[in-house]
Design a protein around this ligand. Structure first.
Ligand SMILES: CO[C@H](O)c1c[n+]2c([nH]1)[C@H](O)[C@@H](O)[C@H](O)[C@H]2CO
Length: 452
């Protein structure tokens, strides 16, 4: 028997995407605009002026995409729903054609033996709600619960694994503090308010699910291990701030009912005192947590806004096209920290992957088959799956792995310049070509990890 890792029976192997990154047709069939429709059509916001108007045309090609998922042997598919397809004004009137799109998609997945994992919010807030304050308006907790309830009533039972939010940290840090993502605000006063309302909305949606749904619901966070650049007191303190800001800011209130104290230190007068009932709302019992892992940060004290930390590039490190260090050990370390800090709540790795330079068109090999050779991605994935197996062996309850991403897609404000897909997309022709990593992943799934 080879000593290759074998994953637990029932471990769920899949891949992930998000609505605005793959669907295209953002205003089709009565859908309302989202903040990303607006952001992408605001000059200067998107690299090369790219938009999500076409993307991977998944809104029209969804059936063939599900067929390809089956051919690749995926057991699960994590996707997100565009809120403004369901509720064009964000609340009130339901757009049945929007709901029908996702209902058909779920049925097609199930008919092909693929389990749907549905994310309610992957960053594409209805523009109509942004006009009413969006994540800065405390009413958004009710708006989000209303939206979630429409989907819970329509799809629960066919969908058995729900996620409320994808990465509240990125929504806040990118959308309200640094402005690199929609809605493009830059305020250390707005960021804590948006962040807190995101978590209130998460809690309100979980509460609503407990009244309507009969299956599982969780939260997806992006977390990243922070290692001190030196053992100096300044660098250790910088690690403490960076760790609290990214890794504890969302998991602590959701699972422990309080924020880490460092946030008050970081934001100072911009950190409000929240009412006790907010913490009770946020801390709803969860069935699982999704962890999105990409890289680590070697952290030092520095002058930066508002964290006063910096990341130290590793001279011997390997880096991806997005400038992230390849560091699989960080995933094992992080999963052990999660278990030690929050206990034995089930975990899914809901995103893991990398952008490397993949050619814009597929080659044709000697046998005439289109091929995209991506050895760096295969190496990245192999090492991270091995790191996950190490954590499982150490007792972390990891239930599944969703590779980011099923398709090359719109990398937000970086446009189509970064390719994360296991399947190559020729954006000119919309041709899909499974990369070598996809063929390899199929074998990993078929052998429960023995082919790592
Ligand atoms: C900062 O890394 C985050 O964990 C992260 C990385 N990623 C994400 N979050 C998002 O969930 C995806 O929509 C991105 O496409 C994907 C690749 O950038």
């Amino acid at each position: 028997m080879s000593d290759a890792p074998v994953f637990p029976q029932g471990f769920l192997w899949g891949a992930a995407t998000a609505a605005h990154q793959i669907e295209g047709s953002p205003l089709a069939d009565g859908a309302g605009p989202s903040i990303w429709t607006r952001f992408a059509h605001t000059p200067g916001m998107m690299l090369n002026g790219d938009t999500g108007d076409v993307a991977c045309d998944h809104y029209n090609r969804w059936k063939d995409d599900v067929k390809l998922m089956r051919e690749l042997g995926l057991q699960a598919y994590r996707f997100s729903v565009s809120w403004s397809r369901i509720l064009p004004e964000g609340t009130g009137r339901v757009n049945q054609k929007g709901l029908d799109f996702y209902s058909r998609l779920v049925d097609e997945l199930l008919a092909n033996g693929i389990e749907p994992l549905l994310t309610l919010y992957h960053w594409d807030l209805p523009a109509a709600l942004d006009d009413r304050g969006g994540w800065l308006n405390r009413d958004i907790a009710d708006w989000f619960a209303e939206y979630g309830s429409v989907l819970f009533r329509a799809l629960d039972g066919r969908v058995k694994k729900w996620v409320t939010l994808n990465e509240p940290w990125v929504v806040t840090d990118g959308g309200y503090l640094h402005g690199a993502l929609a809605p493009g605000h830059r305020s250390r006063f707005e960021a804590p308010i948006a962040s807190h309302n995101l978590m209130r909305a998460h809690g309100a949606a979980v509460k609503a699910y407990r009244e309507i749904g009969k299956h599982e619901i969780g939260l997806v966070v992006n977390i990243e291990p922070k290692y001190p650049a030196t053992d100096s007191a300044e660098d250790q303190a910088a690690v403490r701030r960076a760790h609290a800001y990214m890794n504890e800011q969302y998991l602590h209130p959701a699972l422990l009912g309080h924020y880490p104290p460092e946030l008050k230190e970081i934001f100072g007068e911009a950190w409000p005192e929240w009412p006790a009932e907010d913490y009770a709302l946020i801390k709803q019992p969860l069935d699982f947590v999704g962890i999105n892992y990409y890289t680590r940060s070697v952290t030092k004290a520095a002058t930066s806004y508002p964290l006063n930390t910096g990341v130290v590039k590793q001279p011997l490190g390997t880096y991806t096209e997005t400038g992230w260090e390849v560091f699989p050990q960080g995933l094992t370390d992080l999963l052990l920290w999660f278990k030690q800090t929050y206990g034995d709540l089930p975990v899914y790795i809901t995103e893991n992957g990398a952008a490397f330079f993949d050619p814009p068109t597929a080659d044709v090999d000697a046998a005439g088959n289109r091929r995209v050779r991506d050895p760096l991605r295969m190496d990245y994935l192999r090492k991270h799956l091995s790191a996950i197996h190490d954590a499982i062996q150490a007792g972390v309850d990891i239930r599944g792995y969703m590779l980011w991403s099923f398709l090359d897609n719109l990398e937000w404000s970086l446009g189509y310049s970064k390719r994360f897909g296991m399947v190559h997309v020729n954006y000119g022709t919309q041709e899909r070509t499974p990369k070598d990593s996809a063929r390899w992943y199929s074998e990993v799934i078929r052998t429960h990890g023995r082919k790592l």
